[in-house]
Write a protein that binds this ligand. Structure first.
Ligand SMILES: [Zn+2]
Length: 399
């Protein structure tokens, strides 16, 4: 049986190490597709604390192993960050890792390098306390999530790099247990017209007029999309518009819009495409509807093309994984956790949304600071998350 006090105490002894390691990661800019330096820094720390094996896969993800048992558990942190935007809008240097009043600030603090600091030292706590069992824990530091969520895990699972029976996503949950989120996809609608001289528009067919009709119908479509009591409403919005025209004194022959679609429970790529095709019909025009592709190379040049479709996922509240996550929380902290969902999307879209591997979320920091100039994580969260990660494999095996 797990000794909660011992685990918490041991996690607390690594406060300084976790803070220093997180500050080091913050100091290394690691935007999507440029993560090599931070990956190498994480590998170094995993090796230092005594992981049994540390490797970097072909895509460039770092994978650290503890133990050699039959139950394979993966805990994932994407370690790329978004950019910092206008540096002048920050109250402090986003790459300093400022520490003040028990809080660490900087790009990547909340989303989500803090959880990597906690997971690496969870490995150390497992080793120190001999919390081994019939499990293998893989701690993964994955790339390109901010650019194309889940791509790293499509690769890891489809290419059999790892075969976990469960995955813990460690994106910020403010130490709550999260069991899903809406999916999303990116689509385009293109209309074609006939160009002619702008002085006699009746000779042509204006592609802007036809795309405008589609734009109106997309706004109406958003109002018709279904709601879900847990995940919230599906949404669609026009996020970009352009046209091609041979001259500013001519009728445009191509209209184009980009759609940001958020998918709630039960909505799929197929159903979302059919709805947009129906909206085009309602507009009384001809247009092509496409789901966009992603094929940007990772930092080491590896390409793994995919559709920009990120499926919705929800783990049932009474699933053994959700129950074990809650139990692990109660054992350590002596109270009921908050069970909720993320507002944004995570690598869970691949692990559970595409590949059906039961997935749950638990992470330090509050998601409201993700991508903001207030990006931050309390040091207390680092310690609590470290304890939760160290204890979870044992709790899972004892279920
Ligand atoms: Zn994130």
């Amino acid at each position: 049986m797990l000794n909660a006090t011992l685990v918490m105490e041991r996690a607390a002894t690594y406060e300084k190490e976790m803070v220093n390691f997180l500050r080091d990661m913050i100091k290394i800019p690691s935007e999507s597709c440029n993560e090599e330096r931070v990956i190498l820094r994480i590998k170094e720390e995993m090796e230092k604390v005594g992981f049994d094996e540390v490797k970097i896969d072909k895509m460039g993800n770092v994978l650290g192993r503890i133990g050699n048992g039959s139950k394979i558990i993966a805990m994932d942190a994407h370690i790329d960050t978004v950019g910092v935007g206008d540096k002048d809008s920050w109250k402090w240097d986003p790459f300093e890792g400022k520490v003040e009043d028990g809080v660490i600030f900087g790009r990547g603090a909340s989303d989500q390098e803090a959880s990597m600091a906690s997971m690496v030292y969870a490995g150390k706590v497992i080793k120190d306390l001999g919390l081994h069992g019939d499990y293998t824990l893989w701690v993964t530091g994955t790339v390109q999530e901010e650019d194309c969520d889940g791509l790293c895990w499509q690769y890891i699972l489809k290419e059999n790099i790892l075969k976990p029976e469960v995955v813990v996503i460690t994106e910020p949950t403010n130490l709550g247990i999260y069991r899903g989120h809406r999916g999303r996809m990116e689509m385009s609608v293109t209309t074609n017209g006939v160009s002619c001289h702008g002085s006699a528009p009746e000779r042509g067919e204006n592609a802007v007029y036809s795309i405008a009709k589609v734009v109106n119908e997309i706004e109406k479509l958003d109002g018709r999309l279904k709601d879900d009591s847990f995940l919230g409403k599906g949404t669609v919005t026009v996020s970009y518009i352009e046209c091609d025209t041979p001259s500013l004194c001519a009728v445009p022959d191509r209209g184009y819009i980009h759609l940001d679609r958020r998918l709630t429970d039960g909505e799929t790529m197929e159903s979302a495409v059919v709805e947009v095709e129906d909206a085009v019909k309602r507009g009384g025009v001809k247009a092509s509807v496409d789901v966009l592709d992603y094929d940007t190379p990772s930092y080491n040049g590896f390409v793994y093309p995919t559709k920009k479709y990120y499926p919705t996922w929800v783990l049932e509240e009474d699933h053994p994984l959700c129950k074990a996550a809650i139990k692990n929380y109660k054992i350590l902290f002596g109270e009921e956790p908050r069970v909720d969902k993320w507002t944004f999307s995570t690598n869970g879209i691949a692990t559970m949304g595409m590949m059906g591997v039961p997935t749950i979320g638990f992470g330090p920091a509050n998601e409201i600071y993700a991508h903001s100039t207030d990006d931050q994580c309390p040091i207390e969260h680092l310690i609590k998350a470290c304890a939760w990660y160290a204890a979870f494999p044992t709790t899972w095996c004892e279920k």
